[in-house]
Design a protein around this ligand. Structure first.
Ligand code: FES
Ligand code: FES
Length: 189
């Protein structure tokens, strides 16, 4: 006689909505949403900040990269409710058409995009990667963990999670390299 496991009862009851406050690009937002809503969907669907792109929605393309308290994360892989009280920076917070962020200006100068779909994620990721390098955070290709230095290989490795179907990779590396050089020039005595 065959035995079958009891089939779980389907439940269509949604969890209660939760109130969450977070700061996005310097502006505080109070939202009430389903606790299952990802940060990506909250940005795009609730706050109408559509600069952050949804490519794969499961952590494989990097199009949804944003900065949370200065650290880059994939917004499709994290829930909004986990970021209560934190500061989120999206591409809309980097610069404006009249006052581009240096990375945005370098991307334009180096033709570092074609369709542009991956670009918001590339920009946020580049910003995070440059900050990691400045703080001496090693990567998989760092030879000496006590001496983290800028190189094209480091940038390639650190941006390897940001895919570009238009294959603008060499120009993205050139743009990030320029910005790093300019930062060094500014820091020099
Ligand atoms: S949309 Fe998040 S990694 Fe692709
Ligand atoms: S510029 Fe088109 S996907 Fe990167």
């Amino acid at each position: 006689m065959s035995q079958t496991s009891p089939t779980p009862k389907p439940s269509d009851a949604d969890p209660p909505a939760l109130a969450v406050s977070l700061t996005v690009n310097g502006t505080r937002h109070d939202v009430t949403l389903d606790p299952r809503v990802t940060l990506l969907d909250a940005l795009r669907e609730h706050l109408h900040l559509t600069g952050t792109k949804k490519g794969c929605d499961h952590g494989q393309c990097g199009a949804c990269t944003v900065l949370v308290d200065g650290t880059r994360i994939l917004s499709c892989l994290t829930l909004t409710v986990m970021h209560a009280g934190q500061h989120v920076t999206t591409v809309e917070g980097l610069g404006t058409p009249d006052a581009l962020h240096p990375l945005q200006a370098a991307f334009v100068q180096h033709d570092a995009f074609q369709c542009g779909y991956c670009t918001p994620g590339q920009l946020c990721s580049s910003l995070g990667a440059l900050d990691e390098l400045a703080r001496g955070v090693p990567s998989h290709v760092t030879a000496d963990l006590n001496d983290v230095t800028f190189s094209a290989d480091e940038v390639r490795e650190r941006l390897s999670g940001n895919l570009c179907r238009c294959a603008a990779y060499p120009n993205i590396i050139a743009a990030v390299t320029d910005v790093h050089a300019a930062q060094g020039a500014q820091a020099a005595p």
